[in-house]
Design a protein around this ligand. Sequence first.
Ligand code: NAD
Ligand code: WQD
Length: 350
Amino acid sequence: MKNKILVTGGAGYIGSHTCIALHEAGYDIVVYDNLSNSSREAIRRVSNLIGESIKFIEGDIRDDEMLGQVFSSNDFFGVIHFAGLKSVSESVAEPLLYYDNNVSGTITLLEVMAEYGIKNLVFSSSATVYGDPETLPIDESSPRSCTNPYGQSKLAVEYILEDLAVSDNSWNLIALRYFNPVGAHSSGQIGEDPNDIPNNLMPYISQVAVGKLEKLSIFGNDYRTIDGTGIRDFIHVIDLAQGHVAALNYLKNQIIINKRDSIRFLPINLGTGNGTSVLELVNTFTEVTGKAIPYQFTDRRKGDVASCYASASKAKFLLGWEAKLSITEMCQDTWNWQSNNPNGYSVKDI
Ligand code: NAD
Ligand code: WQD
């Protein structure tokens, strides 16, 4: 049974944690990443953690020739496709970059996969495709809509995958819709390493705690939520990584063991099913780390929704997967990574 997996974007935050989980589950991985938002240091650290050198190819998913070389020299079972740009604000400023990288890049990848007859894919989608949800918790049949180019690029890829599955039923395409990934590997060796000032809440909190940023701005305290601040479904990146292993195992079981023709297009939420408010996260972070987080309330951030949390039952039913780690563990592991690596993977702290 083939167990070699191409991991695009495998040097990034979620990809690097997933590489470890895949290795531990017995998969043979090849990482393909252009390092536009990651570093070789992450690959080096993942190699240290798994005790062997990761196969790494520096390349762009828009480069069909290079991808072709990778597929012609490896016999893959399938692809986990993390590679993409993910900043909402940058996507508003540079929509063409986002559509090119995330949508054209995925089309190129799919074309090369088709050329080599590799039709098993796990795609990194996002809860952002649900826009402002009509009902909570959000299940996979909820209406989809997006308000920014980043979200549109994820939604566009979902539509492309759906159409592809209709056109040719030998494709097996799983879109994992992540909610809010946070946390880090318990070793403190790998974690999230934003390039500039973080857009996302947890890295912002941890950079305040470590003294790199002065104060957190909490965007809005007048939402109709328990304490007026936004509610999100934070999920530990280690649980998320296990979700990818579960998705691959599911693909294998369906295709090989049950001899089912194909999965076609299958969207699955990866969330905990629990909502936590911004203030609750800040308070838990302080309780766990002993670090006070100075904050001020500011206006709502444009495009933010009040509450967003998953129905996690489809993942449990189909994949046998559910998130196990608590908000406390998410804060502990984030702090362990941030305090040991105040400058992330930068050479300054090697
Ligand atoms: P990340 O930026 O840490 O990782 C993405 C990786 O892809 C980086 O290593 C980057 O260098 C690489 N990459 C980008 N464009 C590429 C290209 N054209 N060719 C090759 N490599 C390329 O981001 P992450 O948080 O690990 O997210 C992984 C995926 O999950 C992304 O597709 C993202 O949109 C999606 N996602 C992330 C979140 C989140 O909050 N982190 C939530 C939902 C979905
Ligand atoms: C969470 C909550 C903010 C920062 C984003 C993307 C989404 C997905 C995950 C990729 C909100 C509040 C934040 C700060 C704050 N990414 N906040 N002060 O917006 O739920 O989702 O990341 O797919 O597409 O949109 O995550 O961490 O930015 O915000 O008060 O400095 O924290 O208003 O309520 P979000 P986030």
